[in-house]
Design a protein around this ligand. Sequence first.
Ligand code: FAQ
Length: 312
Amino acid sequence: MDIKQLETNFDAKLSKNENIEPKDWMPDNYRKHLIRQISQHAHSEIVGMLPEGNWITRAPSLRAKMILLAKVQDEGGHGLYLYTASESLNISRDDLLEQLHTGKAKYSSIFNYPTLTWADIGAIGWLVDGAAIMNQVMLQRTSYGPYARAMVRICKEESFHQRQGYEIMCKLSVGTKEQKEMAQDALNRFWWPTLMMFGPPDAESSNSENAIKWKIKRESNDQLRQRFVNQTVPQAELIGLTIPDKNLKWNEAKNGYDFGEPDWTEFNNVIHGNGPCNKERLGARIKAHEQGRWVREAAMAFAEKKKERVAA
Ligand code: FAQ
C-alpha cells in the first residue's frame, strides 16, 4: 500500500472514532506526539508518588496510613500501565527513563511543590487528583487504544483518591481552629499550581492543534480548567474554605465562574526545572533507579537461565 492510501485509512479510522492500535500504520508525528504525552504522564505518576510517600510514616492514624499507602501504590501501578502503553509505540523503558533522568522529558509541574503538612495530603487528593480526573475522563476516549484502555482503569482509581483527599479536608475543616487553618493554608498553596496542571492557555498551547486533530485530546486546556473551577468552588464552600482568588465570581451568562489568571511565569520556571522541588524530585528518582539496578539485573539473569533450560 502506498503512503497516500495508508494516510487515508488512518484518517478514516479517526473520523469513525475507531481506535488506532499498535500494529496499525500511523504517521510518524502521531507516534512521536503520543510517546511524548503518554510517557510524560507515566513520569508524572511515579514522581507524584514522592510528595505523598513523604507522609506515609507520619499519617495521623492507622486507617489514614493504610489508605495513603494504597493510594501511593496505585500511582505506581498507573505509571506501569502508562509505560507499557508507551512501549507499544516502539520505544524502550530504558530510553523513556533516560529521558526523564536527563530532564529531556517533563512530568507534571504540580509535583515540584513541597508537602509541608498533613493537610497537603488532603489538598493533593482533593485538588490534584480532582484535576487529574477532569483531564483523564476525556482521555478514556483518546484515539490510541492502549492509552484509552489504561485510562479507564486509572480513572476508577483516581475517583477513590479524590474522595480520600476531600475526606481529609472535610475532617480538618470541622476540627480545631488550628486544623481548619491548616486546611485553608494547604488550599492557598495548592490552588494555583493545580490550575496550572491543565497546561498553558489555549493560545499558547503548542501541541493542542495536533492533539485535537488526531483526537488524542478531546477538549482544550482552558475548557478543562474552567470545568474544574466550576466543580471545585462549591466543594470548598460546602466545607467552609475560601478559594484564594479575588477575581472569582459567578458569571450567570456563561453558567460558570470567572477566575483569575495563574502566574504563567512561575509555571514556565517550574516546567523548565526551576521549581521549589525539581532537583529533589529528580534526584530521588535517579537514586531509586540506581538502587533498583541489582533487582533488574537479577531478573534478567533469571529470565536468561530459564530460557536456556527451556531450550535444553
Ligand atoms: N506540567 O502544548 P501544551 C496525576 C508542557 S497525573 C509540566 O498545552 P499538551 C496523577 C507540555 O508538556 C498528572 N509540563 O501540551 C497523580 C508542553 O511541553 P513539551 C499528569 C506541562 O501536551 C495524582 C508544553 O508545556 N497528567 O496527577 C504542563 O497538549 C496525585 C506546552 O503545553 C497528564 O499527564 C504541566 N502541568 O497539554 C499522581 C495527563 N502543562 O511536552 C500522584 C496527560 C503543559 O512540548 C498523585 N497529559 N506542559 O515539551 C495531558 O493531557 C497533556 O499533556 C497536558 C499538556 C494537558 C498536561
